[in-house]
Design a protein around this ligand. Structure first.
Ligand code: ATP
Length: 235
């Protein structure tokens, strides 16, 4: 990872209606890094990704991406700036084929991967080219959901619990995919409940508690911080 900060989040707050959910998120993500958000259920991890993406109407604070303040831009302009989100629910269209699903997102800027390039990254998907979304396994759906956002040309990928509900062997495949994307130069912010997975793919971990980032732990210093981490996560 280079030292250049790609994403800087300061004092990010967000609301669902009247409900004040994020109270102060601070993140620094360098180009080419994989960073996770860890924390208990309801801590605000998903909301952090959605807020960076501009999906919550009421927000406060600062989100600077490649030197540009995004806070007051609508989500489509944030996508154009080079950020894409892969939501927890994956959003695969059940009645469409793999190929059709891949054609859905618009290429919003230069550098978006072509469908053949996506198949090169996800050979399993190629074999399922004309299968309907409903016929795919959970792992295939997840790969399709990740593959799809690569079409947009984003260089910052926000992935919300990509391993959720998947068998260990598939989790491992997703891990290889993330490592490959990192090697290709993508920067990734990942919400993850699967702590072993998080430690196998990430450079650093931010701890989110009650809508605030309360700590940051380098992956290389994880072993020395296990007690602290267990206390944060309540495990
Ligand atoms: P989880 O792993 O359970 O998804 P999380 O850390 O991602 O946890 P969020 O989903 O960001 O947490 O939720 C943060 C808080 O916001 C929770 O208290 C949750 O109940 C609340 N919340 C989430 N989505 C909505 C919504 N659409 N409307 C109102 N409140 C919401």
């Amino acid at each position: 990872a280079s030292a250049a900060p790609l994403l800087t989040v300061r004092g990010l707050e967000a609301w669902y209606g009247e409900s004040h959910v994020l109270h102060g998120i601070d993140l620094d993500v360098r180009s080419g890094e994989v960073v996770t958000l860890l924390g208990r259920n309801g801590a605000g991890k998903t909301t952090t990704l959605k807020s960076i993406m501009g999906m919550l109407p009421k927000r406060k604070g600062s989100v600077v991406f490649e030197g540009k303040e995004l806070m007051h831009l609508p989500a489509r302009h944030i996508a154009k700036a080079g950020i894409a989100i892969c939501p927890e629910e994956r959003g695969v269209f059940a009645s469409l084929s793999v190929q059709e699903n891949l054609m859905l997102p618009p290429k919003v800027r230069d550098g978006g991967l072509s469908v053949p390039q996506i198949f090169e990254l996800f050979p399993n998907l190629k074999e399922r080219l004309s299968s309907q979304g409903t016929k795919l396994s959970g792992g295939e759906q997840q790969m399709l959901a990740i593959g799809r956002i690569l079409r947009t040309g984003a260089n910052l990928l926000l992935l919300d619990e990509p391993t959720e509900g998947l068998a260990p062997v598939i989790v491992q495949q997703i891990g290889h995919t993330i490592a490959r994307l990192k090697k290709e130069g993508f920067t990734i912010v990942l919400v993850e409940q699967n702590f072993h997975f998080a430690s196998s793919v990430a450079d650093r971990h931010y701890i989110v508690e009650q809508g605030r980032t309360v700590d940051m732990i380098e992956n290389s210093e994880l072993d020395a911080n296990m007690d602290k981490l267990h206390a944060y996560l309540g495990v």
